[in-house]
Write a protein that binds this ligand. Sequence first.
Ligand SMILES: *Cc1c(COP(=O)(O)O)cnc(C)c1O
Length: 384
Amino acid sequence: MDVSLAGRNYAHIMDDISSSTWVVSGGRTSAPGDPLNVPITLASNYRAGTQRGYSRGEGTPTWEALEDLVGGLEGGRAISFSSGMAAAAAVINLLSTGTHIALPEDCYHGVASLVDEGVDKGRWSATRIAGDDTAAWVDVARTADLLWLESPSNPLLAVSDVPAIVRAERRPGALVVVDNTFATPLNQRPLGVGADIVMHSATKFLGGHSDLLAGVLVTRDDAVFAALHNQRHHGGATPGALESYLVTRGIRTLAVRMRRSEANAMDLAERLEDHPEVLKVRYPGLPSHGAYEVAQRVLGGPGAMMSFDIEGSAERATAFCDALRIVQHATSLGGVESTMERRAGTPGQEHLPPTLVRFSVGIEDVDDLWRDILQALEVSTRHG
Ligand SMILES: *Cc1c(COP(=O)(O)O)cnc(C)c1O
């Protein structure tokens, strides 16, 4: 299979340009007279005579603009997919029968379900480990064929010591994958410390506007790249043309969105922690967070995600979410708009603390967000 058209490998050229510049300048056209932005190419088929024949196999310029952009941010070679789950499935599909997978206790439920289905069918075995239990990860590295990390995790915000886990002695051929959706490449670049594959749900912070589904994988290893490219070619989970364009456009403002959301999140985490009706706040930027020291060392910033437990019943926590006026009561995350949801109310998440609310902090005025939270806490007290 010829993948020579697919994304450049940015492993070694990103050391002297900052991410906040690359998000603006990467993935563009360069010839005189070209539009600044790579246009939306609607094509499945190409005139014969070059290496580009059919999009599912050889891609489109619009996908490649996104892949160059994300490849540069993560420092590797990127391949885009129709969703984060399609990207995850491409990795899981690389596994042979009889392999052993280690994944976080509070792993994204779609990924955990995919692994569990394979376990039920007798294809492989899986071990669940708390994301912040570094010793257990180092231990499992000796026997696992795939270490799937997600850090910070969804929704408990566990932070993994990715550099230490990657350095652990591994079985030959074992892969370390990091779901970098929450941290974004601005706060964590796992390939730089030796991880094999980075995964993104570009639906979230990369896209940033809750208007599309997309996923990306990035690797420095040409053989792994070819295998993943083959998964997309034959699995068929190709990104949409409009979606690729919109993610590329979304990434242009990733740095300003992220820093603003993060400043809001830090401020609100501190205010929530001081509120008598909020029992526990999980946010990597708070000194009270279990993995604060690790977060300070391995993350470039605390991120825009947190979760907190409200005093009272599950009904009260749901009533709180329903009473919000500026924060959107919605399941997804990573957009310019703040969203909240009581996670234990969604299927497959019943094991979580019943009043845990996950908060994706947007870029609105922080005092407006705080007033909204206060009024919703007040209204919901009626529900005990
Ligand atoms: C949303 C999400 C996914 C799945 O991505 P989709 O784009 O919804 O398919 C995987 N991991 C994390 C951490 C996510 O938040």
